[in-house]
Design a protein around this ligand. Structure first.
Ligand code: MLT
Length: 206
């Protein structure tokens, strides 16, 4: 069966006139409803576009396949990233939001595909908040991210994401011209209130 871009199960909540759209990307085991409240907190008035990852790991939806914890199926990641880029374009056509003002907010697996989107489709996002992301892949040549603002939040003792891997992601994005802010917290993989506050302030200042 042919895949059309809007065949992602998703939620869309229209924003205030002229407001950007947050592309909400959940973690493994989440769904399209998970991050709606977070999106409303992070940028009140923004439109919210929230797809459910299409890959099932047991009963847990994800945005791309992995071979083991932290080991990604790069071919699947490539295809799923391209599908997500198309989903943004189709969503803009269907719902009438501005595709040039889409800010990704991803957590964990969702942050990883958001990072992959930045690296494979540098024009698809106007900014990104990567909550507990890791390096999805190392691009052969740096994409042109020309000042795209990116906030990465990470936990110093995250058992899923080694600090060196986060630093590598920040370096790759930085070398690609993104305007990267990296914010460490003392904790692990879970999202903290302080982190949400920091992301809210960062988004308000864009
Ligand atoms: C991933 O597979 O994307 C990362 O290991 C994060 C996770 O989903 O657990």
């Amino acid at each position: 069966m042919a895949n059309t871009a809007l065949d992602f199960k998703h939620r869309y909540l229209a924003g205030a006139a002229g407001a950007p759209t947050l592309l909400l990307l959940h973690g493994t085991g989440g769904d399209e409803n998970d991050l709606l409240g977070l999106g409303q907190t992070l940028l009140p008035g923004a439109g919210l576009l929230s797809p459910r990852g299409k890959v099932m790991e047991g009963a847990s939806p994800r945005f791309f396949r992995r071979l083991a914890a932290g080991v990604f199926d790069l071919e699947d990641l490539r295809l799923r990233t391209d599908e997500l880029a198309e989903f943004i374009t189709s969503g803009a056509g269907q719902y009438g939001f501005d595709p040039a003002r889409v800010i990704a907010v991803g957590y964990s697996n969702g942050a990883n595909i958001a990072a992959s989107l930045l690296l494979r489709h540098p024009g698809a996002l106007s900014a990104a908040v990567l909550l507990h992301a890791m390096t999805p892949f190392v691009p052969e040549t740096p994409p042109a991210l020309d000042g795209t603002p990116v906030l990465i939040t990470a936990g110093r003792v995250d058992p899923m994401v080694p600090a060196a891997n986060v630093e590598q992601l920040a370096r790759i994005l930085n070398d690609s011209g993104a305007d990267v802010s990296l914010r460490w917290s003392p904790g692990g993989h879970g999202l903290t209130e302080a982190e949400v506050d920091a992301a809210t302030q960062w988004l308000a200042a864009l």
